[in-house]
Design a protein around this ligand. Structure first.
Ligand code: UTP
Length: 421
């Protein structure tokens, strides 16, 4: 405890030294040939790696989801527009679709925390979303929590309040759960990492995987272009020969709106927290200690006066996964279209809410339908300009697959509104 107390007392977030900063380079599907890369070859490389079972999936789901204010693990939040499937169910369908494509089941690792573990396990057991032999639910570590005047917070029984140690706790948690040896035994080379809050995440992206493997990257990330200088998103910067991610709260305001010669924001690559990690790198990270961050959060604490549990502002120690990035060799940034792949559920109101996520899911499916059958869609939208619809990942989880699946349909749905494919 004294270690954490002194850490807290000496903690001053140092402003980053920006003298060596440059705009990092970033690849995308459309400019591969400009870089002398052959998309078909990269796709084949990724495809083969899936086929050989060299990829496992890793969901971090140990966060408290305080901002959403949902009573339970965020993975059990109903997210789809019509059938109200919960996030874990959506991800399990994505993985089952992949299983159908490659004729093999992929290992799925889910990190929970003290608060989310039991309910997560029970939900998977009850709903049988995924083959238990390939499902590995493991708990992350905890760190003590403090009041804003830096005193340890206490539970009803007098013990110290301990909270999840941040998504950066994943490396040590994997080691502790003996999952690093499982990855080794199964010949898994890449961990496909994603957060529990984004139902648009693509888990079948052979091209991204191929680019990651081709570059011998240890840490690859999908990025989206920032929409405006003040957008609250972590940004990637090239700092000398290292790539790093700077949290929006720590990003120097004087650099926020700087533009390059093409008039684009110089630092524009926003983090989606969709990563591919080489398992060798993950193993090395499990032996290191990432830096501590002190975060101000609403924390549940026991109030001895009212004898009730209250939400109070407090300080929480956390590790962030992206603090591992500067150690990674050959890291890759890969630009994707935000509207196709990124719409997290973070807040109850404002941006990134259940409502914006539902809207983004529907808009994405409408774009696919427009590409597949513009006349049919137009007629349907005349009937109902704001249809509710849902497309399961088991039908299609990207535009190209949707075009094929639509062609194979024996008959078109009678109406779009309320339609589930
Ligand atoms: P967030 O930054 O959204 O934090 O986590 P959170 O704790 O879930 O939500 P708030 O801030 O209290 O509202 C991003 C991802 O990292 C996971 C979350 O579950 C989510 O998938 N995470 C976060 C962990 O697995 N463990 C943690 O300790 C923190």
């Amino acid at each position: 405890m004294s270690h954490f107390l002194s850490l807290l007392h000496t903690y001053t977030p140092t402003p980053p030294n920006t003298s060596g900063w440059q705009s990092p380079s970033c690849l995308s599907e459309v400019d591969l040939s400009k870089h002398g890369l052959n998309p078909n070859r990269l796709h084949t490389l990724g495809d083969r790696s899936f086929q050989n079972g060299e990829v496992a999936f890793l969901t971090v789901a140990g966060g408290l989801g305080t901002r959403l204010g949902f009573d339970g693990p965020k993975g059990l939040f109903p997210v789809t527009p019509v059938t109200r499937k919960v996030l874990f169910h959506v991800f399990s369908e994505k993985l089952r679709a992949l299983q159908q494509r490659y004729g093999r089941t992929f290992h799925w690792l889910i990190m929970t925390g003290e608060e989310t573990d039991k309910a997560t396990r029970e939900a998977f057991r009850k709903n049988r979303w995924y083959d238990e032999a390939y499902l590995h639910i493991f708990k992350q570590g905890t760190l003590p929590a403090f009041s804003t005047d830096k005193q340890p917070l206490l539970n009803e029984d007098g013990s110290i309040v301990c909270l999840p140690d941040g998504h950066g706790g994943v490396f040590k948690a994997l080691k502790q759960a003996d999952l690093l040896s499982l990855l080794e035994t199964k010949g898994i080379q890449t961990l496909s990492y994603f957060q529990v809050d984004n139902p648009l995440v693509r888990l079948d992206d052979a091209l991204f995987l191929g680019a990651h493997l081709h570059q011998k990257s240890e840490f690859s990330t999908k990025v989206v272009a920032k929409t405006h200088p003040e957008e609250r998103v972590g940004l990637f910067v090239q700092d000398g020969d290292r790539l790093r991610l700077v949290e929006y709260s720590e990003f120097p305001p004087s650099l926020q709106a700087v533009r390059d010669k093409d008039g684009l924001l110089k630092y524009r690559w926003g983090n989606t927290a969709i990563h591919l990690l080489s398992t060798d790198f993950v193993r090395a990270c499990a032996e290191r200690t990432l830096p501590y961050h002190v975060c101000r959060k609403k924390i549940k604490v026991w109030d001895p006066i009212t004898k009730t549990v209250q939400m109070t502002e407090g300080l929480k120690l956390e590790h962030f996964i992206f603090d591992a990035l500067p150690q990674a060799n050959n890291p890759l940034l890969w630009e994707v279209a935000r509207e196709e792949e990124f719409s997290p559920v973070k807040n109850a109101t404002g941006s990134d809410t259940p409502e914006t996520c539902r809207r983004d899911q529907i808009r994405r499916w409408l774009r696919w339908l427009k590409a597949a059958d513009p006349m049919w869609l137009e007629a349907q939208l005349k009937e109902n300009p704001e249809p509710l619809l849902e497309i399961s990942p088991l039908f299609a989880d990207n535009k190209d697959d949707f075009l094929n699946a639509w062609k194979r349909l024996p008959e078109k749905p009678k109406t779009l509104h309320g339609c589930c494919l």
